[in-house]
Design a protein around this ligand. Structure first.
Ligand SMILES: Nc1ncnc2c1ncn2[C@@H]1O[C@H](COP(=O)(O)OP(=O)(O)O)[C@@H](O)[C@H]1O
Ligand SMILES: O=C(O)[C@@H](O)C(=O)COP(=O)(O)O
Length: 424
């Protein structure tokens, strides 16, 4: 069985977002955590999204892990590999989007890679190479305050050029609206000038269908879920995937206790935590106490143990930008980030040991730490909770669990309650 599409994703929430989009686009999709075990059953599967945790790790490791995942996908017949990045282009001048893209493009023997983070369903559009989040440029959006990768430049041609070894060009909107052949020509012309990557404008799903069709003529592309949608539709139109008619089904209820964890400090997640206070007990971790030792984790687990038997609970480390800045200035951003991710992962493990089988996690890095700590390896896709966030069911690991791994920025104010309603 050959895969119609492979994807290497730079974080776990991003991978579930893409797997959700590919499923909606008609591809039977599985999400794996890292390179799958050899016994993963790929019968009837069109696409595999290999989730890595490479967005905020040293460049060399991000490159080598991404290359290994790409090699695995190619070995399963994937003619095209999408490097799934964040729709808000989360990265720093050191990478990791540019270096991983350069490596995958080199590996694929391609002269140029099409790049677009556009995902109109969640308000991410690209015009003249500038990324908009809703109505504002990226650098005016809440992403300017991200704890790990504050995004302070909306011009992605400039942003990517700082990270890539080759020059970066633009496939502008006027070209995209002329269709996939015009895009293909523009890519060829840029490649002939020695340009190694082109940011492509996209405002609507129709633009992404055009870009998906153009990208499919190459072996590698870089983008968010919007490009995934374009690729999925192009594959179905070309008869290379068979568009199953049944919607994603998460199978029989798993039962067990339910809990939510939040490590994202995005404006969306802060609002969702505030809304959750009305419907479930919420405990806020004290980051200073987390940095001081294990007592805060033990206290949170004891608090949860008294409540989770009668209904879902939420434990959060999330804080407003000013509080985050103060803490980072005192202890260092990396140290704080890792300590809080690790604390929430250990709390997830403790909750699981107390019978929690349904778990909602807010935050990409946070989800990565939790899923790794629980040792989860692969997921089947369930129904969509909000744009970019599906219900996931663990695959091939004994008693199933249900998870929702939410990008910090996604979902409406009632996200936690809504997720739990769909996770039975
Ligand atoms: N109170 C806090 N102060 C500083 N950093 C925090 C706080 N709470 C969480 N963090 C860190 O912020 C980062 C949030 O990243 P992530 O989980 O990927 O969320 P998002 O999906 O919003 O990007 C994590 O490293 C997390 O540990
Ligand atoms: O493309 C997106 O916006 C998401 O799929 C994504 O990658 C989310 O990353 P986090 O916000 O770090 O969870």
């Amino acid at each position: 069985m050959s895969l119609a599409l492979g994807s290497v994703a730079d974080d776990y929430t991003g991978a579930s977002d893409l797997a959700n989009t590919l499923t909606k686009g008609g591809l039977r999709t599985v999400q794996t955590i890292g390179i799958p075990a050899d016994d993963l059953d790929l019968a009837g599967i069109d696409a595999v999204v290999v989730a890595l945790k490479t967005r905020s790790i040293p460049v060399g490791e991000a490159v080598s892990r991404s290359r290994a995942a790409e090699a695995w996908l190619r070995g399963r017949g994937a003619a095209h590999v999408l490097f799934k990045i964040c729709s808000t282009f989360d990265s720093t001048d050191a990478g990791n989007i540019g270096p991983v893209m350069d490596a995958l493009r080199g590996e694929a023997g391609e002269a140029i890679a099409l790049v677009t983070p556009a995902f109109p369903e969640t308000g991410r559009t690209v015009y003249q190479g500038n990324l908009f989040v809703g109505a504002v440029p990226l650098n005016e959006s809440p992403l300017k305050d991200h704890p790990l990768n504050p995004m302070r430049d909306a011009n992605l041609v400039r942003v990517l050029a700082r990270q890539s070894a080759s020059p970066v060009g633009l496939v502008d909107f006027a070209t995209v609206v002329r269709g996939h052949e015009a895009v293909a020509k523009r890519l060829d012309a840029l490649a002939a000038e020695g340009v190694g990557a082109a940011i492509a404008d996209a405002v609507t799903e129709a633009d992404l269908e055009t870009l998906g069709r153009a990208a499919l003529a190459h072996r590698v592309s870089v983008g968010a879920s919007g490009l995934g949608l374009g690729l999925a539709r192009a594959l179905v139109a070309a008869g290379r995937a068979c568009a199953p008619d049944s919607a994603a089904d998460v199978g029989a209820p798993v039962g067990g206790l339910a809990a939510c964890l939040a490590g994202s400090c995005s404006q969306a997640t802060l609002g969702q935590i505030a809304a959750a206070e009305a419907v479930m007990p919420v405990r806020r971790l004290d980051p200073e106490r987390v940095l001081a030792g294990d007592a805060e984790i033990e206290a949170a687990l004891a608090w949860a143990g008294e409540r989770v038997g009668t209904g879902p609970i939420l434990i959060a480390s999330s804080a407003e930008p000013e509080t985050v800045r103060t803490l980072q200035a005192r202890y260092g951003g990396d140290r704080v980030g890792h300590a809080l991710e690790d604390a929430l992962a250990r709390i997830a493990e403790g909750l699981n040991a107390r019978g929690v089988r349904r778990l909602v996690v807010a935050g990409g890095e946070t989800s990565g730490a939790v899923v790794d700590r629980l040792g989860l390896r692969a997921f089947q896709l369930g129904p969509e909770i909000a744009a970019g966030v599906p219900v996931l069911r663990t695959l091939g690991q004994g008693d199933p669990m249900l998870l929702a791994l939410k990008s910090g920025n996604f979902g409406g104010r009632d996200f936690f309650a809504r997720a739990l309603d769909l996770m039975l």
